[in-house]
Design a protein around this ligand. Structure first.
Ligand code: ZN
Length: 230
């Protein structure tokens, strides 16, 4: 099995579809943040024969904008967002967003090396400035799923979202996704959250996840549940 770890950014969906095959699991959160996916990554490594892990970070990253804004004192975030994402950069030096994005790729790869032993690790900083993606027609939404085998063009059509307008977060537990849902709703202004069960055995657990997420959500956020059957 191959793991791909990337950012939840909607503009990466088409590119990440090129990685989808029967043997690849994609994990995504705000910033391709390995630190926020540690328990999911450990479980996948323990339970499967993982041959390669690829980190796909990207330029013009909203999560890195949040990190930069917090560290320069412009905004504050909750303890969970700080501990999961921002804290890794608190004692590091960088002089621009571009440098911060390169630093992120480097730090997440280092963390993977410390967790993954002999597994091959590769990375890239995908350049969205050179590969721009058109703006979506409607409001942006975010879909949360467990790791699954669907392509993003299939997923977005199943949930009636737009390929270029839907952020995706994938993890094995809601706890690991909470900081990312918070960044999406508070910092990126996303109002529509879709919880997607991609297998029937996830139905109950993900309904409970959605209820838990509802209880801690603030402001005008709409929740929707979609069950896929394949
Ligand atoms: Zn990003």
């Amino acid at each position: 099995m191959k793991l791909v770890i990337s950012c939840m950014d909607r503009r990466l969906n088409s590119y990440l579809d090129t990685y989808v095959d029967n043997d690849t699991v994609i994990l995504r959160n705000a910033g391709a943040n390995v630190n926020g996916l540690k328990s999911t990554i450990r479980r996948l490594i323990n339970d499967n024969n993982v041959s390669e892990i690829r980190l796909v970070a990207h330029t013009d990253c909203g999560a890195m904008n949040v990190v930069n804004s917090v560290l320069s004192g412009k905004i504050t975030v909750s303890d969970s967002v700080y501990n999961s994402l921002v804290s890794q950069f608190a004692d590091k030096k960088f002089s621009s967003r571009a440098e911060l994005e390169q630093l992120n790729e480097k730090l997440q790869v280092e963390l993977l090396h410390s967790m993954a032993g002999e597994i091959k690790i590769t990375s890239e900083l995908y350049d969205l400035n050179r590969n721009p993606v058109p703006e979506s027609k409607g409001e942006h939404m975010l879909a949360y799923t467990r790791p699954n085998e669907y392509r993003y063009d299939e997923l977005t059509s199943e949930i009636k979202g737009e390929m270029n307008g839907t952020y995706f977060v994938h993890s094995l537990t809601l706890d690991e996704a909470k900081p990312d849902l918070e960044i999406a709703t508070k910092n990126l202004g996303i109002r529509d959250l879709v919880f997607v069960a991609t297998k029937s055995e996830q139905y109950r657990e993900m309904m409970l996840d959605m209820d838990r997420a509802k209880m801690v959500s603030e402001g005008d956020v709409h929740f929707r549940f979609v069950k896929l059957m394949r």
